[in-house]
Design a protein around this ligand. Structure first.
Ligand code: GLN
Length: 196
């Protein structure tokens, strides 16, 4: 199995390490690459879009038409996981901030996303979530987005109050937090299993 972590910007290396650890735990042979090379990404069996700054990542992946390649692969059924800024980019609809910054979304998941939803007071925090298919998970949120509307085909995996913080639509997995910043690799394991 070949996993590509899109290395435009953000916490790329942490995803690479978590993913390798998850593969080891599952006893799956494979390679994990940090890349923005279209040809390399084209050979992937799974793709991760990390957290960082969504406007910047969006600009970089649209510059060399990597965005189109990711969309094509996703539409062919390859699992794509987006965390935090990556989660923003997966969405079909954005909030005002996303429009104002002219951030181009990949539109792979039928959801509306709100950027920096927890405001200044709670810029970063931990929360114990009960995630469907995973169980209890200590999640790290950093200037996190949330899903404020989800279409019928979207499976809601976790919430904080009325905010959706994890969701899945077929082969697309969205998380507003950072599983790669913890030692717990269960989410990466779940994601890898989506691709086998
Ligand atoms: N606030 C960032 C954005 O809107 C996302 C934060 C993150 O990925 N940690 O792009």
């Amino acid at each position: 199995m070949r996993v590509s972590v899109i290395s435009a910007q953000g916490d790329v290396e942490e995803h690479v390490l978590s993913c390798r650890k998850a593969m080891e735990n599952l006893n799956i042979e494979g390679e994990v690459h940090a890349t923005v090379n279209k040809k390399e990404v084209k050979k992937s069996d799974a793709i991760i879009i990390p957290g960082g700054e969504s406007t910047t990542i969006s600009k970089l992946i649209h510059k060399n038409s990597l965005a189109e390649e990711i969309k094509k692969l996703a539409e062919d059924g390859i699992p794509v996981m987006g965390t935090c800024a990556g989660c923003i980019l997966l969405a079909k609809y954005g909030d005002e901030q996303i429009h104002k910054t002219k951030t181009r979304l990949l539109e792979l998941m039928d959801v509306k996303i709100k950027r920096n939803a927890f405001g200044r007071q709670r810029e970063s925090f931990h929360a114990k979530l009960d995630i469907k298919h995973i169980g209890e998970f200590d999640a790290i949120f950093i200037r996190a987005p949330v899903i404020i509307n989800a279409g019928k085909n979207v499976e809601i995996l976790a919430k904080i109050d009325d905010y959706i913080v994890s969701a899945k639509q077929e082969n697309i997995l969205a998380l507003s937090f950072h599983p790669e910043l913890t030692d717990d690799t269960r989410i990466h394991e779940y994601f890898i299993k989506m691709g086998i």
